[in-house]
Design a binder for this molecule. Sequence first.
Ligand code: SAM
Length: 295
Amino acid sequence: MNEQEIIDAVIGKAKEKLQVFIDECNSQKKPLCDLRIDWKNPHYEKKELQHLYMLRYFYAYLLEFWWLFNFIKLDRFNIFSIGCGAFVDLLGLFTSNKSYGKNATYCGIDPVDWEYRDFIRSILPHNYEINFQQQRFEDYVEMPDGKNVLGRANVIVFPKSIEYLDTSVWKKIVEETDFKENVIYLVMNAMDFDYKKDVYKIDYFAKLLETKEYNISDIKEKTVFVPQWFCQFPDSPQYPSDVSDSWFFKLPSQCISYAQCANEECYLKKYNSPIYSTGSFQYKIIKLVKNDSQC
Ligand SMILES: C[S@@+](CC[C@H](N)C(=O)[O-])C[C@H]1O[C@@H](n2cnc3c(N)ncnc32)[C@H](O)[C@@H]1O
């Protein structure tokens, strides 16, 4: 499958599944008020919100990871993804061309079992060793093999909205982990409104690694809002137009309460298109190198 086919397949699946949910609500005369992603308390365990997330954000986030992995130069990727969701980061690595022909190990940690993981896994190459643990990061590392798996990582991916993570335990986690790799990349892509809070946290993780004899050797960062930033990728795949132009735009009108609804904060009315641009995309990548290594 090429990148365009992957995007078409994931978005097509999300549209189909969300339509089933909407039809069910309509048959029960239930309005769609709960179909909203509240960033403070997102409830990703609800399948309909996973479908909405994929419809609205998957395309942009995939291209973001695609972009991010271009900065990471490694012969072999051992990825530890905190809050991995549907494995969009791993798909980004795969589509970035950096991994063709290379082996990758991936351990994704998330308390939520995203429906899309199995599908995304099925399109990834067999030379990827993929594991998933349905846990909070803080609990996973307390399991017998947790710190060994973290210690083998050379790429640690932090989720958007890191605020879910309990940083009070990070010091102990880093102290007790035997980090084996000479080079470790910390990767964070953040919401525009969360950037300052989130970046403070990966800086903190980097500081903790400095106490384990790592030095920061490089930092890549984008902190500014640039509208239509995808214009830099003329060959990038497209969001499927049948979904964006007609179906997504008409989503609010599928709600039985649409005609009499005065709620200007209705999620479906307010966000009735997918994210196409990296305008609000902000990221930081910190490369750390072990003191005594030649990297
Ligand atoms: C905004 S989503 C990002 C998902 C994915 N990384 C992506 O880019 O699409 C944040 C994810 O973090 C997960 N999460 C929340 N608290 C967590 C924790 N304590 N440890 C690990 N993951 C957590 C959520 O379940 C959710 O799937």
